[in-house]
Design a protein around this ligand. Structure first.
Ligand code: AMP
Length: 282
């Protein structure tokens, strides 16, 4: 087994990507903030199926955190991450420093209108600008054939697709399905923040989305189902940020259920942990 190499500079990333491009190998980039779990690893496995070479970036991006958010406490476990990526025979890890990514007088920000405005964009107004900026940089640094993102962060996936289309960035964007714990909780690096009591409650977020989906598929009205689901979540101890039905292609609000087009989106706090999830109603 070859040893997975870690590079920390844009120059060495580009040199390796250039070599692979010259030998006509397809490359896939999987951007992450590290603290890797099976959700991340599923994207690496998908990348390995689709490309000859797989690069995983690990960078806790400061520009997508607001000052009151968890940038300082966000889990950082690079050694363990490197072992996991080695086990999957990942070709390259790009783990740049903050200085490598952002000059002290860095002053450019990519904003993606419309699709970024509701849902997580409403409660975290800084977030998608930070994500779009760092992903734009990573795509231009690596210029991979494709980049893979999880549907767990579905709005983020659409924001990135829109940015790449609008800015003519020559990279295909591919989504991978949400990976869940056996009790339905969507895997997330932030699940580590949950107390053992909160961890028992957390799967109810996905269970609630599933209940709404089943009810509307059985003909019950969407708006009423969402209203009662919100009050159930509150009783169970969640502080609900949003629970909404949106069109899966453009995120426009859906008043009525359209099979295969309506996607349910939820964000809710359990204590200090913000959980997000989404579900396509087939
Ligand atoms: P993060 O490290 O949280 O920035 O996530 C890096 C990538 O992994 C993003 O594209 C996420 O959407 C994806 N991801 C995170 N959790 C999951 C999950 N449970 N299933 C699938 N993809 C995920």
């Amino acid at each position: 087994m070859n040893k997975t190499k870690t590079v920390r500079t844009i120059k060495s990333l580009r040199a390796q990507m250039n070599d692979w491009r010259l030998s006509e190998q397809k490359t896939a980039l999987v951007p992450t903030m590290g603290s890797l779990h099976d959700g991340h690893l599923s994207l690496v496995k998908l990348a390995k199926k689709k490309a000859d070479r797989v690069v995983v970036s690990i960078f806790v991006n400061p520009t997508q955190f607001a000052p009151n958010e968890d940038f300082d406490t966000y889990p950082r476990e690079e050694k363990r991450d490197r072992d996991k990526l080695q086990n999957l025979e990942t070709d390259l890890i790009f783990a740049p420093s903050r200085k490598q990514m952002y000059a002290e007088d860095f002053s450019t920000r990519v904003t993606v209108d419309e699709i970024s405005t509701g849902l997580c964009g409403a409660s975290r107004p800084h977030f998608f600008g930070g994500v779009a900026t760092v992903v734009c940089k990573l795509l231009l640094q690596a210029l991979p054939t494709m980049a893979i993102f999880g549907e767990k962060d579905y709005q983020q996936l659409l924001v990135i697709k829109r940015m790449v289309r609008d800015l003519d960035i020559p990279v295909s964007i591919i989504g991978g399905p949400i990976i869940r714990e056996s009790d339905g909780l969507a895997m997330s690096s932030r699940n580590k923040y949950l107390t053992s009591k909160e961890r028992l409650t957390a799967p109810l977020l996905h269970a609630t989305l599933t209940q709404i989906a089943n009810s509307v598929q059985a003909g019950k009205p969407l708006a009423a189902q969402i209203r009662s689901a919100k009050s159930r979540l509150k009783k169970q101890g969640f502080d609900v940020d949003y629970l909404e039905a949106r069109n899966t292609d453009n995120l426009r609000p859906e008043k009525q259920y359209i099979p295969g087009k309506t996607r349910l989106f939820a964000a809710a706090y359990l204590g200090r942990t913000r959980l997000i999830d989404n579900l396509l109603v087939k």
